[in-house]
Design a protein around this ligand. Structure first.
Ligand code: TYC
Length: 113
């Protein structure tokens, strides 16, 4: 004769939760990117701006001249898109270099949409 306790189903091994996650979003998000912008002014020499673009943004002379002219004509242009840390470094390098040469050149960064 069977003695108590009577177990009418298999003992749980702790793995009998029947709820199922159907769809899980991949949780790794790419970090936001930042545009680095160069602003026009009436005093910074064109050749200085070209030099800045070559030196800090790795542009060749033709590319640097073209972007400098865009800023000169339109007032502002994106000179590159970077991670937050790299963008901050570039802005700092440009602002420091311009200040040391007593030019009012302005460089800023802006989060990409
Ligand atoms: N406008 C300046 C000039 O005529 C040239 C210039 C270009 C200055 C781009 C700043 O980001 C700049 N000398």
């Amino acid at each position: 004769m069977l003695k108590p306790p009577y177990m009418m189903s298999k003992p749980s091994d702790g793995d009998d939760d029947t709820s199922v996650i159907v769809d899980v979003k991949p949780k790794t998000k790419r970090p936001p990117l930042y545009k680095v912008l160069l602003l026009n002014d009436d005093y910074t020499p064109m050749e200085f701006v070209v030099h800045v673009l070559e030196r800090f943004f790795g542009l060749n002379h033709a590319q640097a001249f073209e972007i400098m002219l865009t800023v000169h004509k339109k007032g502002v242009a994106v000179v590159g898109v970077f991670s937050h840390e790299i963008a901050e470094t570039k802005v700092g390098q440009v602002m420091d270099f311009a200040r040391r040469h007593q030019h009012p050149l302005q460089c800023t960064m802006e989060k990409e949409d």
